[in-house]
Structures are given as structure tokens and as C-alpha cells.
Design a protein. Structure first.
Length: 93
């Protein structure tokens, strides 16, 4: 019985590893994984707003040095345009 339990655990570990690899592939870049952030592609990021929804009024956006400078995001990896948009958009309260 103990032997079967070890085999089950091993199978679980393999499946868990496969799931992590799938997430890594979906994230798109090792940089995004290193930062713990999603890739722009996986978040459908674009440099244009979605109506009045844009990064500059999203609670995830971290502004650049000037209002028009690119900033960063708490969720999406890479430089983010203040007038950009992605599916993680969350309006500021």
C-alpha cells in the first residue's frame, strides 16, 4: 500500500510540474515569470484605450516619471502606456 501511495505522489508531482510548464508557456516569457507577472499577450494588452478605460485610470498601473511616460503594471510585465488597456483593467475607486 505504501508503495502505491508513493507512486500516486510521484504521478501528482509530474502532473503538477506539467501544469506549471503550461502556465509558463502561457505567460510567454521567462522575464514575466521571473517577475511573477503575466505577459502582454496573455493579458491582451494594447497601447490604445478601450473607450474611457485606460491604464492611467487603472488601479494596477504604476505611472512613469511624467504623465505621458510609460509606466509599469502590478500584473502585466514590461513597459505600459498610460493610454493602454488590457483585460486586467480595474478602475480606480
Amino acid at each position: 500500500m505504501n508503495h502505491q501511495h508513493n507512486r500516486h505522489f510521484s504521478r501528482r508531482a509530474v502532473l503538477k510540474g506539467a501544469a506549471l510548464l503550461a502556465v509558463a508557456a502561457a505567460a510567454g516569457t521567462t522575464e514575466a515569470l521571473a517577475q511573477g507577472k503575466a505577459s502582454k499577450a496573455s493579458m491582451q494588452y494594447r497601447d490604445t484605450p478601450n473607450g474611457k478605460q485606460e491604464c492611467s485610470n487603472c488601479m494596477q498601473f504604476i505611472p512613469g516619471k511624467t504623465p505621458k511616460a510609460k509606466g509599469s503594471c502590478k500584473i502585466v510585465a514590461g513597459a505600459i502606456s498610460p493610454s493602454g488597456w488590457c483585460i486586467a483593467y480595474t478602475p480606480k475607486s
